[in-house]
Structure formats: structure tokens, C-alpha cells
Write a protein that binds this ligand. Structure first.
Ligand code: NAD
Ligand code: 89V
Length: 343
């Protein structure tokens, strides 16, 4: 099996996790890195022993001609970089949020489709082992057909010290974190035909909203509530755990604090510890996210080798992004929004 040669653009806060995961994955290896910031470029280059370092993405991609490119920059840069990769025929994995607008996102999907280039969005929360465990219970049919779900993320963790840009944008929690929660809701309950959202800004030191409560209408009677907050001081700080509750016709399940999964049916309640593995390079409390980075990047490599579409392809992510846009529109207008036709 040949090793796929990758190049990474963006050596910032989160890219270090992606670099660790690439280093752990057999069959793929990062051979060149790029960042406009020389200090970050040097730091990641030294940490991972990468000598091929570039300040300019186009120069890197033209010289190195990698088998794939991992775009680990923030959203405003994505369209130019994805379109560049598409024009060079280089498969792409791109961080979330995929794009600042639906127009940019649709343009990137179209560019990659036209060039026949695989495109995956690094939408990793659905790859957390606890979320995968919930999905397995649903698919096994243990609790019957679901009719209610809740995907909840509530915390007061200081995300701004590691990611200062999160305090600066007009938008915050739905675009950065809620996007994961909405994707998890799609993953567990299917696409939503309507969304109603309310938002609030509790922390006066940031610009965007840090609280969002969203009601989603899925197929049939299935309804979910997706709620997220970075303004919740709780007895137990759960960052970055996503909690899930699902009621079904034959039972219910709960993914509670500490990765405790409870499944209740007519025969009683069973409990399972679905804690993520603490990878050698991971650190608590980020280890569930870090494990999901390894799993999603493995999926990307498998899809590249098989020539199959990734679960979180660019095309799939358009639907998650549409829910984000629809949530903001709903919060601004006070009405229910159809993500398929109104954004
Ligand atoms: P960051 O600002 O710390 O790092 C981004 C880096 O990209 C910077 O060093 C910047 O100089 C570089 N850069 C930007 N544009 C460039 C360009 N055109 N060419 C070369 N270098 C360029 O950001 P971050 O916190 O690492 O976040 C990056 C992305 O990852 C964001 O979109 C964020 O939402 C996402 N993220 C995802 C997760 C997750 O679990 N999936 C977690 C954290 C962050
Ligand atoms: O996952 C993310 O996108 C991160 C964080 C968990 C801090 O919100 O930005």
C-alpha cells in the first residue's frame, strides 16, 4: 500500500491535533506545511519534523503536488484554497465551518464536482465515539422509532483564550459550535425541513451570540431540540461533551455526563461507559474531540482509496450549513425557516 502524501495549510491552534492524527494514521503522511505566519509555521514544522515549509499555499501545492490537501484555516480563506486545490486536481479535506456564506459553500462543491476532485468537510463531532455509540443503539432498533431528540452542549469553558477570533465575530455559537450539534442532529435524526431558533448574548466581552436554542422538524413526527451555550456555569463543567436524549416508541436513551450511555426498554435500563480513548498525544478534556479527529481523517483516507464519497462530503455539509444559516434567519426574524428553500 503506497502512503498518500498530504500537505497541510494553516498551522494554528487546532491543526496540531490534525498533525498528530496524520502522524498516527498508517497510509497517509504530511510531507509539506504552509502558514502565512512564520512563527506558527516554524513551530509546527519543528514539532512534527517537516522540512518542506511554505508561506504561500499555491507555491506549495504546485511544487509538492500532494495526493491530498488538509485545509486547517478559518472559514474566510476556504473558498480560495478549495478552488485552488480543485484547479490542480488535488483532493481536499477542509475544516468547518466550511464557508461564511452558502454561496461560497455551493461554489466550492461545484468547483470540486466539476474537477472530479473529492471534497470532505472536517465535521468531526459525529465521529466522536460516544455519538457513534448512540447511533448504533438507534440503528439496532432497541428503542424503536424515535419521536423526540435533544442534542445539548452547555458550558462556561474559556474557548476564547485558545481561539481569540471566536470573541470577535458578529456570529459565534451557532456558527462555531452549534454547527457541530446541528450536524449531530442530522446524523441521528435525518434532515430537518424546518428550524426555529432563539439566541442570546450573555457574555458582554464578546460580539456574537453565546446561547442558542433551536427546534427542528424532521421527517414524520420526529422533532429535536438542539441547544448550546457558552454561558452556562454548571456544578460540573462538561466541556466539550455533547449530551443526547432520545425517546422512541419502544424505549429511550440518554448520553449523560461522563460519557454514560443509558438505554431503557421494557426489560429495564442498561448502562454503558462510552468514554473516548485517551490517545497518546491527547489531553483532557479535549480527548473526545481529538479521538474524533483521528477517526474522521481515517475515514477520509479510506474514502480516497476506495473512491467513495465521504459521509461528511462537501455536498452533505451544505445541508448542515443551511441549518446554520436558517437558524440565524429564524433568530433574526422570529419565524420558522425552511433550510432547503430559504437560505
Ligand atoms: P487559527 O487562527 O489558530 O489558525 C489558522 C491558521 O491559518 C493561522 O495560523 C493563519 O495564519 C493560517 N492561515 C489563514 N489563512 C491562510 C492562508 N490563506 N494561507 C496560509 N495560512 C493561512 O485557527 P484554529 O483555531 O486552528 O481554527 C482553524 C479552523 O478549525 C477554524 O475553522 C475552526 O472553526 C476549526 N476548528 C475545528 C475544531 C473541530 O473540532 N473540528 C476545533 C477547533 C477549531
Ligand atoms: O470544535 C470547535 O469547532 C471548537 C470548539 C469546540 C472550541 O467550539 O471551536
Amino acid at each position: 500500500m503506497t502512503t498518500l502524501r498530504g500537505a497541510l495549510i494553516g498551522c494554528g491552534f487546532f491543526a496540531v491535533n490534525q498533525m498528530h492524527a496524520w502522524a498516527q494514521l498508517p497510509g497517509a503522511s504530511i510531507t509539506a506545511i504552509c502558514d502565512r505566519d512564520p512563527a506558527r509555521l516554524a513551530a509546527v514544522g519543528q514539532q512534527f519534523g517537516i522540512a518542506a515549509r511554505y508561506a504561500d499555499a499555491e507555491t506549495m501545492l504546485r511544487e509538492v503536488r500532494p495526493d491530498f490537501v488538509d485545509i486547517a484555516t478559518t472559514a474566510p480563506s476556504h473558498r480560495a484554497l478549495v478552488e485552488l486545490a480543485a484547479s490542480l486536481g488535488i483532493p481536499v479535506i477542509c475544516q468547518k465551518p466550511f464557508a461564511p456564506t452558502m454561496a461560497d459553500a455551493r461554489a466550492m462543491v461545484a468547483a470540486c464536482e466539476a474537477a472530479g476532485v473529492p471534497l470532505m468537510v472536517h465535521e468531526n463531532f459525529r465521529w466522536q465515539s460516544a455519538i457513534l455509540a448512540v447511533k448504533r443503539v438507534l440503528e439496532a432498533g432497541d428503542i424503536g422509532a424515535p419521536f423526540f431528540g435533544r442534542v445539548s452542549f452547555r458550558s462556561a469553558y474559556d474557548v476564547f483564550s485558545g481561539q481569540p477570533y471566536l470573541a470577535e465575530g458578529e456570529r459565534f455559537i451557532i456558527e462555531d459550535l452549534g454547527i457541530h450539534s446541528l450536524d449531530v442532529a442530522r446524523f441521528l435524526f435525518g434532515d430537518a425541513a424546518a428550524i426555529t431558533a432563539r439566541t442570546a448574548r450573555v457574555n458582554p466581552a464578546i460580539r456574537g451570540e453565546d446561547v442558542a436554542t433551536m427546534l427542528l422538524a424532521h421527517a414524520g413526527a420526529m422533532t429535536s431540540v438542539v441547544d448550546c451555550s457558552y454561558a452556562t456555569r454548571a456544578e460540573e463543567e462538561l466541556f466539550p461533551q455533547t449530551l443526547v436524549e432520545i425517546d422512541g416508541a419502544a424505549g429511550s436513551l440518554k448520553l449523560g455526563p461522563g460519557y454514560r450511555l443509558s438505554v431503557t426498554t421494557s426489560v429495564g435500563t442498561r448502562h454503558e461507559d462510552v468514554s473516548p480513548e485517551l490517545l497518546p498525544w491527547a489531553s483532557r478534556p479535549w480527548h473526545n474531540i481529538q479521538e474524533s479527529v483521528l477517526l474522521i481523517q481515517r475515514h477520509f483516507v479510506e474514502c480516497l482509496r476506495a473512491g467513495s464519497a465521504p459521509d461528511t462530503s462537501g455536498a452533505d455539509n451544505l445541508k448542515t450549513l443551511a441549518l446554520v444559516e436558517a437558524a440565524y434567519l429564524s433568530a433574526a426574524t422570529g419565524r420558522t425557516v425552511d433550510p432547503a428553500t430559504e437560505v
